[in-house]
Design a protein around this ligand. Structure first.
Ligand code: ADP
Ligand code: MG
Length: 237
């Protein structure tokens, strides 16, 4: 479904993504790991058109995405959430999600219907009249997910699914990803919690200093010497 070939991105003297290639099959979950600054969020920006790559190619369902805007790429079927949660604070939860739904319909009534479905899915329906700033981090993550879901993606990129979330909110978020998986959604998830990935991911892509250092099934990645040294650290080993 997704083919990434030789993606590179330079910020001044820093190679944030350095010749990254991988594929994601329909209905599978790819986990992305790597220390802070490894280039994970940049990779999402390149795939979704928020940043132009310096080199490389992205294909979605066989179609080249080069030169397309984020909204165009989204309409083709790629949704994403953001690591930095920035809901429109002067809008209600429902209106925030309607912004996503309006990728599909200019009609507010129809957009509201899609938004309410998405809010129901993530368990935020009773907060629909609240404003963005009244939400906890876990609830903002759910709002992010609802907004992305309301765009009706076939492929969903989730940046830091459980990052910054308190222990209490964790199982609920993981259950949501499991439900998406159960519904056959193709997912790429940036996630630091290895235990979460062991149960969810079919494959894991490990990044370090902008480079892909390993890819494989979770059990193999967990034992990979380079991954252990660069990311998981001595304690984990
Ligand atoms: P990760 O998500 O793995 O923590 P990022 O992709 O956010 O890493 O960042 C990779 C590197 O690129 C970091 O060193 C970061 O400071 C840098 N970087 C990311 N975005 C920009 C940008 N827009 N301008 C300059 N440097 C950036
Ligand atoms: Mg990041």
């Amino acid at each position: 479904m997704l083919e990434v070939e030789g993606l590179s991105k330079r910020f001044g003297g820093l190679l944030a993504n350095n010749d990254i290639s991988f594929e994601v099959g329909e209905g599978t979950i790819l986990g992305v790991i790597g220390p802070n600054g490894a280039g994970k969020s940049t990779l999402f920006d390149l795939i979704t058109g928020f940043q132009p790559p310096d080199a490389g190619e992205v294909r979605f369902a066989g179609r080249r995405l080069r030169g397309l805007r984020p909204d165009q790429i989204n309409r083709l079927g790629i949704g994403r959430t953001f690591q930095k949660l920035k809901p429109f604070t002067d809008m209600t939860v429902e209106e925030n999600v309607m912004v996503g739904a309006m990728q599909h319909t200019p009609r507010p009534g129809q957009a509201r219907k899609l938004a309410l479905e998405a809010l129901d899915f993530v368990g935020l329906l009773e907060k629909r009249k609240h404003h963005g700033q009244a939400l906890s981090t876990g609830q903002r993550k759910r709002l992010e997910l609802a907004r992305a879901m309301a765009t009706r993606p076939r492929l969903l990129l989730m940046d830091e699914v459980t990052g910054g979330v308190d222990q209490r909110s964790l199982p609920g978020l993981i259950a949501l990803v499991e439900r998406l998986k159960g519904e056959g959604m193709t997912l790429v998830i940036i996630e630091h919690n290895m235990q979460v990935l062991m149960s969810l991911a079919d494959d894991i892509l490990a990044l370090h200093l902008g480079r892909k250092i390993a890819q494989g099934p979770p059990e193999a990645i967990q034992r990979n010497q380079q991954v252990i040294e660069s990311y998981l650290g001595g304690a984990y080993a």
